[in-house]
Design a protein around this ligand. Structure first.
Ligand code: SME
Length: 176
């Protein structure tokens, strides 16, 4: 629905909102193309996963830590990450943490405030919100992208759509 100001008039605010949405959309398209190009240059999986996490972390301001976990039996093992510090959670059970929840349900999980989720496994004191996006190949979860942000409620539908598209690119490149 179109955003209108008081009295139904088009306002500068409406213009600003639409401009911001369009810019984000263009950003996401450019970023997806960039990820595609990065992966095409890296036929070897580990190099491709590392290039993807490093790109995402440096490109998107609110992505403070980015990791990719891969499923090994009933465990999620950290395969690549980029951020200011290493996490101690390099091996997570399917029933544990937000990561385990996303793998078990095969659904993206957005957490606006990590402090109110009892299952949350804390990695970094600065983290306030998190998104975990599963990598789905056929019917199977083969891994996931985990992004932490130092800002509360940092992730929205745009991040979900963008990261799910990145996940599909990763699956297409390395898990078919
Ligand atoms: N917070 C995650 C664990 C991984 S760290 O964020 C790197 C969880 O609750 O599963």
């Amino acid at each position: 629905m179109k955003q209108r100001g008081a009295g139904g008039r088009w306002t500068k605010e409406s213009d600003d909102i639409i401009r911001a949405l369009m810019e984000n959309l263009e950003h996401s398209e450019d970023r997806l193309q960039r990820v595609k190009d990065l992966l095409a240059l890296r036929p070897e999986r580990d190099g491709g996963l590392q290039a993807a996490v490093s790109y995402l972390r440096t490109e998107v301001a609110h992505y403070d830590w980015v990791g990719i976990y891969l499923l090994a039996g009933e465990r999620l093992r950290l395969a690549a990450w980029d951020g200011p510090e290493a996490t101690e959670h390099t091996d997570i059970g399917i029933g544990e943490g937000i990561c385990g929840l996303a793998a078990r349900t095969k659904q993206t999980v957005l957490v606006d405030d990590v402090d109110v989720r009892s299952e949350y496994l804390a990695c970094f004191p600065a983290t306030k919100s998190e998104i975990v996006v599963p990598l789905i190949s056929g019917e199977e979860c083969v891994g996931e992208i985990d992004v932490d942000s130092d800002k509360p409620s940092a992730f929205g539908e745009e991040d979900r759509e963008f990261l799910e598209a990145v996940a599909a690119l990763l699956v297409g490149a390395y898990f078919k």
